[in-house]
Design a protein around this ligand. Structure first.
Ligand SMILES: Cc1cc2nc3c(=O)[nH]c(=O)nc-3n(C[C@H](O)[C@H](O)[C@H](O)COP(=O)(O)OP(=O)(O)OC[C@H]3O[C@@H](n4cnc5c(N)ncnc54)[C@H](O)[C@@H]3O)c2cc1C
Length: 286
């Protein structure tokens, strides 16, 4: 096996180009090590440009090689994109969070990958660069080819960063998951929300649940029903019912039945919605 630690993005792209599809990008290796290491690995974990968390005007850029631990403890992410901080804090164990990256979480394409679900709720887009230096920006939903299958070919292109609008004064976000244990257990379900309030009613809602489809799935009908409604106990109950009615889920012998999963999605949808609302209200009161 050959292992190349890239010192720059150009160097990583050059090695990929010369390997003609035989080399693969590697970041924290927490997924790749289990799947089987490639014969040629190009390590991008320490590239400075992929490890940055930067706020520019109303947008946040999170480098693909930012680890879950770094994202979970970033003051910028905690304040401007709390759902992502909560999702990253829920991943695996301290060891996994110290190595596993946000880019790897996305490309591994597990249907209930925690960071990916939060990023989808925040409305993030991925910035990619291929071996010829061409850059493109993609909606997260376009990056999934099927369950555990990404459209990103890591022998030819690199995810550079994820960009999304930060939560403004009238906006909040939240993430929650349910698993059989609090650590080192993949979630039965995870749900994230981003809300915007105007004059005390919902003006904007993004509600994302997983695992429902291969990619984190927006609950469009539930979102739509919330617009113009006041956030209160009645709305939370409405969301619980609508969200679990909206999703078509599969059961898993390993994790839980389809009915239980549907029920959990409803409960968590209500919870994250109200948690996101509380974040807005906290800002208004402070
Ligand atoms: C014990 C354990 C517990 C876990 N618990 C959780 C959990 O609770 N929640 C959860 O969501 N995940 C969990 N995971 C999965 C894993 O830790 C995450 O998916 C992690 O974010 C993967 O990142 P990585 O940097 O380790 O990816 P790697 O293993 O390095 O790479 C994964 C894939 O992504 C590609 N890749 C990586 N970075 C890039 C890039 N920038 N551009 C292009 N391709 C890239 C690689 O080629 C590879 O195909 C767990 C894993 C383990 C081993």
């Amino acid at each position: 096996m050959s292992y190349f630690t890239a010192a720059s993005l150009d160097e990583a792209l050059n090695v990929l180009r010369e390997a003609k599809g035989k080399a693969l990008i590697i970041a924290g290796a927490t997924d790749l090590f289990l799947k089987g290491m490639p014969s040629q690995a190009v390590d991008i974990a320490s590239l400075p440009e992929l490890g940055m968390i930067v706020e520019e005007q109303d947008y946040l850029s999170v480098g693909a090689a930012v680890t879950h631990a770094a994202a979970a403890s970033s003051p910028l992410i905690m304040v401007k994109a709390a759902a992502l901080a909560e999702a990253c804090a829920a991943v695996g164990s301290p060891q996994v969070r110290n190595l596993g990256t946000i880019g790897g979480n996305l490309v591994n394409a597990a249907p209930a990958a925690d960071a990916a679900v939060a990023l989808a709720a925040l409305g993030a887009k991925a910035v990619l660069c291929d071996i010829d230096g061409r850059r493109r920006v993609e909606e997260l939903g376009n990056l999934y080819a099927g369950y555990n299958q990404s459209r990103i070919d890591s022998s030819r292109e690199i995810v550079l960063n994820l960009i999304f609008k930060t939560c403004q004064f009238n906006e909040g976000s939240a993430f929650a998951r349910f698993a059989s244990r609090r650590a080192l257990s993949l979630p039965m379900v995870n749900v994230a929300a981003r809300v915007g309030l105007e004059n005390g009613v919902f003006a904007e809602v993004r509600l994302v649940a997983a695992p429902v489809k291969p990619a984190p799935t927006r609950l469009f009908k539930t979102e739509e029903a919330l617009l113009g409604k006041e956030p209160n106990e009645e709305t939370r109950q409405m969301v619980e019912e609508l969200a679990s009615a909206e999703v078509k889920v599969r059961g898993s012998l390993l994790r839980c039945s389809a009915d239980y999963r549907r029920h959990l999605i409803g409960v968590l949808a209500g919870r994250v919605l109200m948690a996101a609302v509380r974040r807005v209200q906290d800002k208004e009161e402070s």
